[in-house]
Write a protein that binds this ligand. Structure first.
Ligand code: ADP
Ligand code: MG
Length: 703
C-alpha cells in the first residue's frame, strides 16, 4: 500500500482550493495520458514544469521595443481616452510616454473610474506586457502588470511559462500549481548523500520550488542543478524498478540448457547460407547464457535485415537438444505466420516440431494445438501473445524469444516468464537503440549485437521526391513491374479519418490498380481481417501481385526478399526510426534496391533533416543517434505505443550522463538492501510511488 505520507500528492486535483470540475477537466487533457482511468492528481501538477519564463527585468524604451515582445517600460501617464457612448465596443486608451516616444495602453470593456485609479494621470508607472505596433504606433493591449515606480520591487518580474491547453489560462494554471506545491509533504531524502554532494543537487522539495519559481532563465536550463536533481530522481526510480524486476527474474534460479549440438548441426546444413561472423558471435553468447543455471536475460539487437530470426531458431534448437520447449513471440499475426512459414522447412529438416498458435485459432484446432504444447509433442511454439493466455500450458518451457521487443510493454515482458520453469529470455529488437536508451528501457540486460549485414547485400538507393512528381514515380513503378520487380507502396494512414488529409491506402490502391492493372496490385492494412491480410501478403510473396499498397502494418519484420523498391508516401510524417524500418523491407535479396520518399512541401526543419539523414546513410545506429538528436528520446521508438518508458522530466539527450550513475546506484541499493527495508529503502519506496513505479513495489512484497 502506498504510504499515507504521499496521500496529498495522489489526491485528485480538485482537492486544491480553486480547482473545480471544469479546471480539472482541462488539467486532465494537459496532464493525463489519453485513455488513462485516473484523473489528474496533485502530483501531476507538481511535476508539470515550466517550459520557459518571461523575464521582465530588462527595462525597455518605447521607440525601440520590438513588435510582439514582452517589455517592461517606465512611463508617465498623460491622458485617458474613454470610448464614446456610441462606440461602446471601442477600446479604452491610456496614453503614456517616455523619453523616446508615446504608447497607447489599451483596455477593452474598461471601467473609467477603475482605470483612473489604476493609471493616474501624471504618475510615473512601470508597465509590462507585449508591445505591438500598428501603423507605426506602439500599443500595449491589457498590460500584464502596471505599478507605481515605488512598488517596482513587488512585481513578479521573472515569471514561469507553462505548457497550456486550450481553455486553460496561465493564471489559473499557475494558481493550481502553487496550490499543489503547498500540498507537498516533507519527504525524507532518498538519494545517497555522496551523489547529492558530488552533483550539488538541491533537495527534492527545493528543486521543485526553484523550477516553479525561477529567478533567472538559467534556472530552467537542462543543465541546472534543480532539473538534474529531478531527472536523476526519475532515472533512479526507473532503474530501481528495472533492477527489482530483474532481481525477481534472476532470483528464481533457472536451469542449464545444454545441448549436444546435433539439431543445430542439421539446421546449419539445411540453411542456404553461412552464418555471418556476427551471428556466430551472438549465438556463442546466447548458448553460454543458456548453459548457465542463472536465467538468461539477453537483448539481441540487430539492424533490419541483419538476420536475427535464424539466431532465434538456433537458440531454440539448443533448448530442444536439452529437452525443453521454446516459444517465439511475435508482435503481429502477419509476423507470427511469416516466422512459422519461414522456420517450418528448417524445423522439418532438423526433426523439430513447430506449432503456430494465434488468436485466430479456435475450437478443435486450437484444442489440438494446446494438447501438443501440453504433452510436449511440439518443440517450438510460434505465435502472438495468445502464447501466454492462461489456458496455454507448456510441458516444459525453457526458452522464450520475443521478436521486435519494442512493441511489447513491460507488463507483457514480465508475464511472459510466468509460464514454465523460469525460462531463459531472449528479446530481439530490429530498432537499433542507442546505448543510453537500452539502459533506460531494459536496465541491466545483457546485450548481443548483430553488426553488419549478411554478405552480398546491395546498398539501397534512396531519393526524396516531392509529391507533385508522383506521376513519374507511378511510371517508374510500371517499368519496374514490367522488368519483373516487386514494390511496396506505403501510405501512412491506418484508418480513415476525416480530420486527416492523408491519402488513404484504399484510395491509393484504387488509383494504382487503375493505372497498373488491378490483378497486379494488392492491398494490406490494419483494418483488414486476418485471413485477408494473409492472402494479400501471400499473393505478393508468391509474385501474383507485383505491387502491394500497405499501411505501416509492414513496418516490422515482413520479409519478402525479392521486393526491391519501396515508395513511402508522406515520408515527412514518419519518424526516422520508422522510415528506417520501412526501408528495411527492401535490400534483402541480391538485387539492387531503391527507396522513394514521397514528400509534401514545404518541409519543416526537422522533417527536412530526417529525409537528409535517410538519403545519407543506411546505418541504423547512426540513424538512431540522429533521431535522438532531432526529436529527443520521447518519440524515438514511438514510445507512446511501445511500452518503453517515456520520461516526464528527464531528457535523455541532456541527462544521459546521469542514467549510468543511476544504474550503478540502483545496483548497489539492491545489493545492500534487496527488499528496501532500511531507512533509505523506505524513502526509496516513496520515490518509486512518486514516479508511478507501483509495480516494482508490488514485486517487493510478492518476494
Ligand atoms: P531481421 O534481423 O530483420 O529479423 P531476418 O531474420 O528476417 O532479419 O533476415 C533477413 C533475411 O536475411 C532473411 O531472408 C534471411 O533468410 C536472410 N539471412 C539471414 N542470415 C543470413 C546470412 N548469414 N546470409 C545470408 N542471408 C541471411
Ligand atoms: Mg525479424
Amino acid at each position: 500500500m502506498r504510504p499515507a505520507l504521499l496521500d496529498p500528492l495522489f489526491a485528485d486535483v480538485t482537492s486544491i482550493a480553486g480547482v473545480g470540475a471544469k479546471v480539472a477537466a482541462l488539467l486532465a487533457t494537459l496532464l493525463v495520458n489519453p485513455g488513462s482511468t485516473v484523473g489528474p492528481r496533485v502530483r501531476d501538477l507538481v511535476f508539470h514544469l515550466p517550459s520557459s519564463l518571461v523575464d521582465r527585468r530588462k527595462r525597455g524604451e518605447i521607440a525601440t521595443a520590438p513588435d510582439g515582445t514582452i517589455v517592461t517600460l517606465t512611463v508617465r501617464i498623460d491622458r485617458h481616452q474613454a470610448p464614446g457612448r456610441a462606440a461602446k465596443s471601442a477600446p479604452y486608451r491610456v496614453y503614456a510616454h517616455d523619453e523616446t516616444g508615446e504608447i497607447a495602453l489599451t483596455y477593452f470593456r474598461a471601467q473609467p473610474q477603475w482605470m483612473e485609479k489604476l493609471l493616474p494621470v501624471g504618475e510615473t508607472m512601470l508597465v509590462s506586457g507585449k508591445v505591438e505596433w500598428f501603423n507605426g504606433r506602439p500599443a500595449m493591449v491589457h498590460p500584464d502588470f502596471v505599478a507605481p515606480l515605488a512598488e517596482a520591487e513587488s512585481l513578479p518580474l521573472v515569471e514561469p511559462v507553462y505548457p497550456l491547453t486550450a481553455g486553460l489560462t496561465a493564471k489559473v494554471l499557475r494558481k493550481a500549481v502553487t496550490g499543489a506545491l503547498e500540498r507537498l509533504p516533507a519527504l525524507p531524502e532518498w538519494q545517497d548523500p555522496s551523489v547529492t554532494a558530488r552533483q550539488t543537487f538541491p533537495t527534492f522539495a527545493d528543486a521543485l520550488q526553484r523550477l516553479h519559481n525561477p529567478a533567472d532563465p538559467i534556472d530552467l536550463d537542462p543543465s541546472a542543478a534543480a532539473l538534474r536533481r529531478l531527472a536523476y530522481d526519475e532515472f533512479l526510480a526507473a532503474q530501481l524498478a528495472l533492477a527489482l524486476s530483474r532481481q525477481r527474474i534472476k532470483k528464481a534460479k533457472g536451469r542449464a540448457l545444454l545441448g549436444d549440438g546435433q539439431i543445430r548441426a542439421r539446421i546449419l546444413a539445411a540453411l542456404p547460407f553461412r552464418l555471418t561472423e556476427a551471428q556466430v558471435g551472438a549465438l556463442a553468447e546466447i548458448h553460454a547464457d543458456m548453459a548457465e543455471d542463472d536465467r538468461m536475460l539477453r537483448l539481441l539487437q540487430g539492424d533490419v535485415g541483419s538476420g536475427k530470426t535464424v539466431v532465434a531458431l538456433l537458440a531454440m534448437a539448443a533448448a530442444a537438444e536439452a529437452g525443453a520447449q521454446s516459444a517465439l513471440l511475435a508482435p503481429t499475426e502477419i509476423l507470427a505466420r511469416q516466422h512459422a512459414a519461414g522456420l517450418g522447412p528448417l524445423c522439418e529438416a532438423a526433426g523439430l516440431s513447430l506449432t503456430l498458435l494465434t488468436g485466430r485459432d479456435s475450437g478443435r484446432a486450437r484444442a489440438e494445438k494446446l494438447e501438443a504444447i501440453a504433452s510436449g509433442r511440439t518443440d517450438i511454439v510460434v505465435g502472438t501473445h495468445a502464447l501466454f493466455q492462461d489456458d496455454v500450458d507448456y510441458r516444459d518451457l525453457g526458452l522464450v524469444v520475443v521478436d521486435e521487443q519494442h512493441r511489447f510493454g513491460v507488463h507483457q515482458r514480465l508475464s511472459l516468464t510466468r509460464k514454465g520453469r523460469q525460462p531463459d529470455l531472449l528479446v530481439m529488437t530490429a530498432t537499433p537503440i542507442p546505448r543510453t536508451l537500452v539502459l533506460a528501457a531494459f536496465g541491466d540486460m545483457d546485450v548481443s549485437r548483430l553488426t553488419g549485414k549478411p554478405a552480398g547485400r546491395k546498398p539501397i538507393a534512396t531519393v526524396a521526391v516531392p509529391v507533385e512528381r508522383i506521376g513519374s514515380v507511378v511510371e517508374r513503378a510500371r517499368q519496374a513491374i514490367a522488368a519483373g520487380e516487386k514494390l511496396y507502396w506505403v501510405c501512412p494512414l491506418v484508418e480513415e479519418s476525416e480530420k486527416s488529409d492523408l491519402m488513404a491506402a484504399q484510395e491509393r490502391y484504387e488509383t494504382l490498380a487503375a493505372h497498373l492493372g488491378a490483378d497486379l496490385v494488392g492491398l494490406v492494412h490494419g483494418q483488414m481481417k486476418g485471413e485477408e491480410k494473409d492472402a494479400a501478403m501471400a499473393a505478393f510473396k508468391d509474385g501474383r501481385t507485383r505491387l502491394i499498397v500497405a499501411t505501416t502494418v509492414i513496418e516490422v519484420g515482413v520479409d519478402v526478399p525479392d521486393a526491391s523498391i519501396i515508395v513511402i508516401e508522406h515520408a515527412e510524417r514518419f519518424g526516422l526510426a520508422q522510415l528506417h524500418q520501412l526501408r528495411g523491407r527492401v535490400g534483402r535479396g541480391d538485387r539492387p534496391s531503391s527507396c522513394v520518399l514521397l514528400y509534401r512541401a514545404p518541409l519543416g526543419e526537422v522533417a527536412k533533416a530526417r529525409l537528409e539523414v535517410m538519403r545519407d546513410t543506411e546505418d541504423g545506429f547512426r540513424i538512431a543517434e540522429e533521431d535522438l538528436k532531432l526529436r529527443g528520446e520521447g518519440d524515438l521508438l514511438g514510445t507512446k505505443q511501445s511500452g518503453l518508458p517515456g520520461f516526464r522530466i528527464a531528457r535523455i539527450e541532456h541527462h544521459g550522463d546521469l542514467l549510468e550513475i543511476a544504474r550503478d546506484d540502483a545496483r548497489l541499493i539492491i545489493a545492500r538492501d534487496p527488499e528496501l527495508k532500511s531507512e533509505r529503502g523506505a524513502a526509496l519506496r516513496l520515490l518509486l510511488y512518486l514516479f508511478g513505479k507501483d509495480d516494482a513495489v508490488r514485486l517487493l512484497r510478492a518476494g
